[in-house]
Design a protein around this ligand. Sequence first.
Ligand code: URA
Ligand code: SF4
Length: 194
Amino acid sequence: MTLTEDIINRINVCKKCPLHKGRTHSVPGDGSYNAEIMFIGEGPGRDEDLQGKPFVGAAGKLLIELIKSIGLSREDVFIANVVKCRPPNNRDPLPEEIAACWPYLDEQVKIIKPLLVVTLGRHSMGRFLPGLKISEVHGQPKSAKSAWNERQAYLPLYHPAVALYDPRKKVTLFEDFEKIPLILKQVKKEKNVL
Ligand code: URA
Ligand code: SF4
């Protein structure tokens, strides 16, 4: 069994927080384990819970459209969430649920070692970059120390679900996404990958 299969198996039987009670499927996350970019959402919604796959509902369609707008597909990146099981009625995940689920995401980031972690929405940003206000920092690359890397590059963005009801946020999301290729280029330059 590979390391990644092991994580998926553990998430599929996990009962570390009460969210396991309401799930149809856990949603471990998917995409390329060689991805340069990881997108981290909040938690599975109804469609994700039914399919066991992240971002497959309405917000997911927009996310994939955004990813395509920079010339990539969902197979090129890795998509995961801060909690792997659906909160009832899509309520916000509780701090204790996020804390219980964190070790899985931590392991995933350590295995994938992405050049850039794109956080989607407040909860995802708060886990990696605490104390920031999304309305002030969206679209601005941040660098923070991490356990797996001296420095890890982050890009906090609005959650695509918000953009479904707010056309201005949708425009902002596309504008912020446009910055990703250049940010990635700069991160590579700093790491001498190019
Ligand atoms: N919203 C999220 O935050 N994650 C998903 O997987 C789907 C919708
Ligand atoms: Fe386990 Fe995370 Fe699901 Fe809670 S949300 S039961 S910690 S996999």
